[in-house]
Ligand binder design. Structure first.
Ligand SMILES: Cc1cc2nc3c(=O)[nH]c(=O)nc-3n(C[C@H](O)[C@H](O)[C@H](O)COP(=O)(O)O)c2cc1C
Length: 333
């Protein structure tokens, strides 16, 4: 699939996610097949003011390609300047966030507040388009609330003003992240646009991706929460779409290897103290639903040193292996 001149190896995208899609996480999901990853949303104003925190979100590496840098803001000129900075920071694509429902973002007229301001959407897309040469995408929601669904209108504006693709998360702002996303709306938007449309929402198992592509005819599928603790989902979707037999879920040892690599990269990014703190949520997701995981997590949250955490993960995985061996012994008797 192509977005503007950007060629992608498949049509599977990792969703931008605040506090999650940093360089470490992106590295892992890319290894399992995600064709395009995004930074979390970055304040365009923060970049233009030189805020250290905003610049840290730009951290990337040569293997972290192709990379979409997502910006949020409400001022067209500031977003255009932010896009120029992002372009210099090795972006392969710039995305504008028009879907974030967080109060602190909305109160500045940014994120999903833009769904209420079509005129501003047009100004933003035109101005950013004029500032950069790489592909530009816009990520939107259904609309403000149930009786104010205007995704088709906003999508048309984005296309007419120069966006190269449209990403739709079909929940209203009121819905936040609850309820189901309305895939029919993805189909409707796809029907009306010439540029590629990427659907986001409720892809939890490989067949969801196949169904979304089939039901909506969208060009690409974006995975969000379904990839947390489960980067394998991309490989499984690729296999499923090729009608190849899906692999078994990763063994405890495979899981351990991914946890170790992800932890190493998180510590390399943030240092040991903050890295371990940031990694706790991932550890929770990686072990969710596994035998004895709540007990393991209760003790793991208190660990502050890398070596201790690695040892604790190793002990836990060994206990899972032992359980499998015991089960096999029992079956063989
Ligand atoms: C914790 C969290 C953080 C998110 N951060 C962002 C973000 O920075 N930018 C954005 O456009 N969407 C963000 N989203 C929305 C996702 O990109 C995605 O559109 C949404 O979660 C629906 O997909 P899913 O059902 O597969 O999770 C976030 C969602 C969650 C749950």
């Amino acid at each position: 699939m192509n977005i503007g001149k950007l060629q992608l190896k498949n049509n599977l995208f990792m969703a931008p996610m605040a506090g999650i899609t940093d360089l470490g996480f992106r590295t892992i999901v890319r290894e399992f097949g995600a064709a395009l990853c995004f930074t979390e949303m970055i304040s365009a104003a923060g970049l233009t003011r030189g805020t250290v925190k905003s610049y840290r979100y730009l951290e990337t590496a040569p293997h972290d390609r192709p990379l979409g840098i997502q910006l949020f803001g409400s001022d067209p000129a500031i977003l255009a300047d932010g896009a120029k900075i992002a372009a210099e920071a090795q972006a392969d694509l710039i995305d504008i966030n028009m879907g974030c429902p967080a109060k602190k973002v909305l109160k500045n007229g940014a994120g999903a507040a833009l769904m209420k301001d079509p005129h501003r959407v047009a100004e933003i897309v035109k101005k950013v388009r004029g500032a950069i040469v790489m592909p530009l995408t816009v990520k939107i929601r259904s609309g403000w609330r149930e009786n104010k669904i205007n995704a088709v209108e906003i999508a048309h504006i984005a296309e007419d003003c120069g966006a190269d693709a449209l990403i739709l998360h079909p929940r209203t702002v009121n819905q936040g992240f609850s309820g189901l996303s309305d895939w029919n709306l993805i189909g409707e938007v796809k029907n009306r646009l010439q540029i590629p449309v990427i659907g986001s929402g409720d892809i939890r198992v490989p067949d969801d991706a196949a169904r979304m592509l089939d039901q909506t005819c969208c060009d690409g599928v974006m995975v969000g929460r379904g990839a947390l603790g489960n980067p394998w989902i991309f490989k499984f979707i690729v296999d499923h779409l090729k009608h190849e037999r899906e692999r078994e879920m990763p063994s405890p040892r495979e899981r351990q290897k991914v946890i170790e690599r992800h932890l190493e990269m998180t510590i390399a990014l943030y240092g040991e103290i903050l890295g371990i703190k940031n990694f706790r949520k991932h550890l929770l997701w990686y072990t969710k639903g596994l035998r004895g995981s709540s007990q393991f997590r209760q003790s793991a949250v208190h660990i502050r040193e890398k070596e201790d955490l690695l040892e604790s993960v190793n002990r836990y995985v060994q206990s899972l292996d032992n359980n499998v061996i015991k089960l096999l012994d029992k079956q063989n008797k």
